[in-house]
Design a binder for this molecule. Structure first.
Ligand code: ZN
Length: 563
């Protein structure tokens, strides 16, 4: 069956409630273990049923945003979401209260119960109104940015359309493009400050209502982080500061030399090579064919997976009118089908979809037989699968980049390293914000600029006074919509680097370890997952330095002025 034939029908909230409550009545009510287990599995089935419908709606709505039917259905799911969350919380509470808890832990593993405990801490019907308010503010932020109309060199562009100009080979074009983008943010400064201030206050209020000191721990708990805390993260950021920042300063100097610039400014950082950034040498069809060959040669598991994606039309890649922006990977439980959504642009980002997003898809495909709660791991672990696939694809990457292959590899590693300080900057900023929710709007900007200078000491905004006062974070959607999320990308990157190192030594062995990790899905927490995969824990002192050493050695060997 092809994706187009996957069937959608609007569910009825009352029916869902009745069906679920019938099963909930059999849990933690002194029934036999067998009855309880059957009821729990029934609840999982109901969850999969609703999640299938919800996912079909969100996919079809993003593939064609002008389709009124799926827009209506999307609104319907937005409305019932808090009610579904409440049902879910009740179900998890029942699991905690069961007299068979020990036996259930044996059946499902203890993580489900740790997650259940977090769910009780982070949700209460008392905060439903705040949660709805928080969603509204997020939507307002997204709409404000999506609606950007920037006049530039005789044309009108949105923010993502401005990106090519900001990477233009002509320095003056880059400079002017940065100033044009900055003025968009300057025009909307009051709005953005107000949205963010409302969000911070709202989140602090929810934390207080739920019995937390401030939003920090609530933010961690909302992501289901069960085995590390803000102290571990602080020490990890320190490692990045000590070991990675000096390397990125060096890489920035090398880039300036490559570009023939003596004093690089912020608008020079997005361009990597004067000869242009590496690009794939064919259209989307050609790239998909190459990916098919690559996954066929990589392993029998990846071959089966990628053919499944192709046979069921689960790759939606080409940009077209009415399609939403961006890219994602999701999963449709009843069809056991991952789905990849993207907008190909002819840049190296296209290949990332076929490696990074396919890495996510391969992981969920490999863990499709887990219970719903374990099909995806927490986000910092989920990004390991995707970022590692980008590296495991290296032996085939010449298929896509041809003469640009060396350029791509250098840029891939150097770019990934250079991202780390920025990633922890975003995290440290948010800790400062939520530990001190009463900072004024000006103090928040000063805080950003201060931390930015610590982690990105080479970032010189030149004559862009608006960015220089500490406003770059306005464009970082995660800071608004998903507080404390960003560190996940950096943690996963440090783990993915380890797969790069392993694959340089023995690709097959690295792949086998990767496959085992994919199969675990989310059945373990972050630190347990990386321990199971024989990866070093980035929170341990000295680990970051150890991991970046061979990467630095590789980059040092490349004569990047010749790329
Ligand atoms: Zn990802």
């Amino acid at each position: 069956m092809k994706f187009e034939e996957f069937k959608y029908e609007r569910p009825d909230l009352e029916t869902i409630k009745t069906r679920t409550n019938e099963q909930l009545a059999l849990i933690a009510t002194n029934q036999s273990l067998e009855v309880e287990l059957a009821a729990i599995n029934k609840v999982f089935e109901i969850e999969d049923d609703i999640s299938t419908k919800e996912t079909l709606v969100s996919i079809r709505n993003s593939v064609n945003t002008t389709d009124k039917f799926y827009e209506e259905e999307q609104n319907f799911f937005n409305e019932i979401a808090p009610h579904l969350q409440q049902l879910q919380t009740t179900f998890l509470k029942k699991l905690l209260d069961s007299s068979h808890r020990k036996a259930l832990e044996k059946e499902f593993g203890t993580l489900l119960f740790e997650k259940a405990e977090l769910a009780q801490k982070t949700f209460s019907p008392e905060i439903i109104e705040e949660l709805q308010q928080e969603n509204k503010l997020s939507t307002e932020y997204s709409k404000l940015l999506a609606g950007a109309k920037i006049e530039f060199q005789g044309g009108t562009y949105n923010l993502s359309q401005m990106r090519p100009f900001m990477q233009d080979k002509n320095r003056e074009t880059r400079h002017k493009a940065q100033l044009a983008v900055s003025s968009f943010f300057e025009e909307n400064e009051a709005q953005l400050d107000r949205i963010y201030d409302d969000m911070v206050k709202l989140r602090h209020q929810m934390a207080k209502k739920l019995g937390y000191e401030n939003f920090v721990q609530l933010g961690y708990d909302r992501f289901g982080r069960t085995d590390y805390d803000f102290k571990d993260v602080k020490k990890y950021r320190d490692q990045i500061f000590e070991s990675v920042v000096p390397l990125v300063e060096e890489l920035t100097k090398r880039k300036a030399k490559r570009l023939g610039i003596s004093e690089p400014k912020s608008y020079d950082l997005a361009l990597s090579f004067l000869s242009g950034n590496p690009t794939p040498k064919g259209d989307s069809k050609w790239q998909v064919n190459n990916a098919k060959e690559m996954y066929h040669e990589m392993s029998k598991e990846t071959d089966e997976f990628f053919n499944f994606m192709l046979d069921h039309n689960l790759l939606e890649l080409d940009a077209k009118p009415g399609k939403a922006g961006g890219g994602y990977c999701t999963y449709i439980p009843e069809y056991k089908a991952p789905f990849i959504f993207a907008n190909f642009t002819g840049t190296s980002g296209d290949v990332d979809v076929l490696t990074h997003e396919a890495g996510h898809a391969f992981q969920v495909y490999s863990s499709r037989d887990h219970i719903p709660e374990y099909r995806w791991p927490t986000m910092e672990a989920a990004e390991i699968h995707s970022m590692s696939m980008e590296f495991l694809a290296w032996p085939w990457i010449h298929k896509f980049f041809k003469e640009d292959t060396d350029k791509y590899k250098f840029n891939h590693l150097a770019g990934a390293i250079s991202f780390l300080p920025y990633g922890v900057l975003v995290d440290e900023f948010q800790h400062g914000i939520y530990e001190n929710p009463d900072l004024s709007k000006t103090e928040r900007k000063a805080l950003w600029r201060k931390i930015e200078k610590k982690y990105l000491p080479f970032k010189d905004y030149g004559d862009d006074a608006f960015m220089d006062k500490g406003t770059y974070w306005y464009r970082q959607g995660h800071i608004f919509g998903a507080p404390f999320y960003y560190i996940d990308y950096t943690l996963a990157q440090v783990c993915a680097f380890q797969f790069w190192i392993k694959s340089q030594e023995d690709h097959q062995k690295a792949f086998d370890q990767y496959l085992a990790l994919c199969k675990l899905g989310g059945s373990k927490s972050f630190v347990s997952l990386i321990e199971s995969a024989n990866l070093q824990n980035p929170f341990k002192d000295g680990v970051v330095k150890e991991i970046i050493t061979p990467i630095k050695a590789y980059l040092d060997k490349v004569d990047d002025t010749k790329l």
